[in-house]
Design a protein around this ligand. Structure first.
Ligand code: ARG
Length: 511
C-alpha cells in the first residue's frame, strides 16, 4: 500500500509495547466507521526519476502534498546558475567529458530562455515534481545523454540548499538597494523640511516641539541598522552547500572551491550534513526582515494618523490613497494601512520557519521543503512594503501651518520654562519643574497657552521670572535651542540630512 511504504515508523525504540489505537471513530467515540475510500491514482507509469524501485504511480494526494513545483518554479534562475557551475566543474575535473559539460551548459541556457519567455512546457506534478526535476527533464529532452550526467556527484538536497541560498542572497541585494532608495527619499524630504515644526509626542501626548525633518531622519537611522542586519546575514549566508551531495559528501573527485567561487560564494560549507540541512540563513534574513517590517509598520501607523483631518499633518495624493464607494469625502491611506499589516506575514514567516526547523534531526527531511513558500511570501511582502513606503514618502506633502499650530498646544514648551529658570536663575531642575508645572496649571485655568500668560501671572508664581522668558516659550526658540548632538534643532537636522544624502548618493554610485 502506498501510504504504508512512506510511513517510516518510530524513531526511538518504544519502552512499552505499542498499544493499537484502532480506528479514529472508536477513539473519538463518534458515529459509524467511514466508508473505505480508494485514493485516485493518476496513471500507471512509474516516476522517471525515482521510478526504478516503485511499480505504482503515487496517488494524486501524495503528488499534491509532495510537489513543490507551484512555488519553487521561481527558483529556476538560481537552479540553472547552480547547475551550470556544477556541470563546468564536472567537466574540469574530468568526472564527465568536457564536451558533455558544454552540451549541458548550452542546454541549460536554452531551458532558462524557454522559462523566461514563458515557452517552457511544464508537465504534470508526477514528472515535474519540483523545479530541479523539471529543469533536468527538459535538459535531457534537449541534449540527450549528456543531460543524464548532470546529476553526477550531486543530490537534490545540496541542489535545493544552494538554490535557496542564492535566492535569499539575491533578495538581500535587492532589499539593500530598495532600502537605500527609501532612505534617500526620507533624507531629501528631511532636508526640505529641516525647519518645519511639528509636535513631538511621548505617549502620543504632545511632549515637545520637534522638526518634521528630525522625525523623518529617525527612520533613516532605523533603516540603516536594518540594512546592516541584512548585510550581516548575507556575510554568514555566503558559503556554498553544493557538493554536500545527499548528506555525506561524494566519492567523486569534485572541486567544491570551484563551484563556490563560480556562484559568488566566499567558500564551500565545511560540513556536508550542515550544508544540506540548515536553513539558519533564511531564519536570520527573516529575523532582520521582521525588524525592518516593524519599523515600517510604525511609520505606516504615523502616516495613517497624520492623514486624519483631526491631525491634518500631511496629505497624500491620489497615487497612494483610495476613495470610498459610499462616502465621497474620503481619502483613505490604504497603502500605509497595508504596510502596517504586512508585518503579520513577515513575522509569521519567521515564526513558521522556526516551527519547521525546530526538532528536525540531521540531515535533510522533506519538512525542509516547507522553508520556501513562507520565506518567499514574507520577503516578497517586505519588498513591496519598502517600495510602497518610498512612494509614499516622495508623495507626502506636510502642512507646516497646521503642524506649527498644534506644536504649541498642550503646553509643549513647559520644559523650556523650567530650563530657562535653571540656566538663567540657577534654580535646581526639580524646583524649576515645579514652577513650570504651576505655570501650566495657571495657563490651563485661564484657558490660554503658556506663551500667552502675562508676565504678571508668571511672576506671581515665581518672582525671578523676567520678561525675556516669554520668547523662550515660543515653539521656534524651543526647537532651535535643542542643538545637542542628535537633537531636533533645524541646523542639526539640515546637516544630518545632507550628510545622509551624500553618503547614500555615493553608495548608489558604487552599487
Ligand atoms: N523539492 C525539494 C525541497 O524543496 C527538493 C529536495 C528533495 N530532496 C529529497 N531528498 N526528496 O526540499
Amino acid at each position: 500500500m502506498f501510504f504504508g511504504r512512506s510511513c517510516s515508523g518510530s524513531w526511538f525504540l518504544p519502552v512499552y509495547p505499542p498499544v493499537p489505537l484502532g480506528p479514529a471513530y472508536l477513539v473519538l467515540g463518534k458515529g459509524p466507521p467511514p466508508k473505505e475510500r480508494t485514493l485516485p491514482v493518476s496513471d500507471n507509469s512509474a516516476n522517471k526519476m525515482w521510478g526504478g524501485r516503485f511499480k505504482a504511480s503515487p496517488s494524486e494526494i501524495m503528488e499534491e502534498i509532495n510537489a513543490s513545483i507551484d512555488f519553487d518554479k521561481r527558483l529556476a534562475p538560481q537552479d540553472i546558475r547552480g547547475s551550470k557551475a556544477h556541470a563546468l566543474m564536472l567537466g574540469d575535473t574530468g568526472i564527465i567529458s568536457k564536451s558533455d559539460a558544454a552540451k549541458i551548459v548550452k542546454g541549460l541556457d536554452q531551458v532558462a530562455a524557454e522559462i523566461e519567455a514563458g515557452r517552457f512546457q511544464w508537465r504534470g506534478k508526477s514528472e515535474d515534481e519540483d523545479i530541479h526535476m523539471a529543469v533536468e527533464r527538459r535538459l535531457t529532452e534537449l541534449v540527450g545523454e549528456a543531460g543524464k550526467r548532470l546529476h553526477t556527484a550531486r543530490s537534490r538536497n545540496d541542489q535545493v540548499a544552494t538554490d535557496f541560498r542564492l535566492w535569499v542572497r539575491d533578495w538581500i541585494d535587492g532589499a539593500d538597494a530598495a532600502l537605500r532608495d527609501l532612505m534617500m527619499a526620507l533624507a531629501e524630504k528631511a532636508e526640505a523640511h529641516h525647519g518645519t515644526i511639528m509636535p513631538g509626542f511621548t505617549h502620543l501626548q504632545p511632549a515637545q516641539p520637534i522638526t518634521f525633518g528630525h522625525h523623518l531622519l529617525a527612520y533613516v537611522e532605523m533603516l540603516s541598522r536594518d540594512r546592516g542586519r541584512l548585510r550581516d546575514a548575507r556575510s554568514r549566508l555566503n558559503e556554498c552547500p553544493l557538493g554536500s551531495a545527499a548528506l555525506a559528501g561524494t566519492s567523486f573527485p569534485i572541486d567544491r572551491k570551484m563551484t563556490a567561487e563560480a556562484l559568488g560564494f566566499d567558500r564551500p560549507m565545511a560540513n556536508s550534513l550542515d550544508g544540506v540541512s540548515d536553513r539558519d540563513f533564511a531564519l536570520e534574513t527573516l529575523a532582520a526582515a521582521t525588524i525592518c517590517a516593524v519599523h515600517l509598520s510604525r511609520f505606516a501607523e504615523e502616516i495613517v494618523v497624520w492623514m486624519t483631518p483631526q491631525f491634518g499633518f500631511i496629505r497624500l495624493t491620489d497615487a497612494f490613497t483610495t476613495g470610498s464607494s459610499i462616502m465621497p469625502q474620503k481619502r483613505n491611506p490604504d497603502a500605509a494601512e497595508l504596510v502596517r499589516a504586512k508585518v503579520g506575514r513577515i513575522a509569521g514567516g519567521l515564526q513558521g520557519l522556526v516551527m519547521v526547523l525546530k526538532g528536525l534531526p540531521l540531515a535533510y527531511s522533506k519538512d525542509l521543503q516547507e522553508d520556501k513558500e513562507q520565506t518567499f511570501n514574507a520577503l516578497d511582502s517586505l519588498r513591496l512594503a519598502i517600495a510602497a513606503m518610498s512612494g509614499m514618502v516622495r508623495d507626502m506633502e506636510p502642512n507646516p501651518e497646521r503642524m506649527a499650530k498644534v506644536a504649541g498646544l498642550g503646553y509643549a514648551t513647559a520644559t523650556d520654562l523650567a530650563n530657562w529658570l535653571v540656566e538663567k536663575k540657577g534654580l535646581a531642575f526639580r524646583d524649576a519643574h515645579h514652577v513650570a508645572g504651576r505655570a501650566v496649571a495657571e495657563a490651563e485655568a485661564q484657558g490660554i497657552e503658556l506663551d500667552q500668560l502675562s508676565l504678571k501671572s508668571l511672576q506671581a508664581i515665581e518672582p525671578r521670572i523676567a520678561a525675556d522668558v516669554i520668547v523662550e516659550l515660543g515653539i521656534k526658540r524651543s526647537v532651535a535651542r535643542r542643538a545637542s548632538y542628535g537633537g531636533t534643532a533645524p541646523q542639526n537636522v539640515l546637516k544630518m540630512a545632507k550628510s545622509w544624502s551624500k553618503r547614500l548618493e555615493k553608495e548608489r554610485g558604487k552599487g
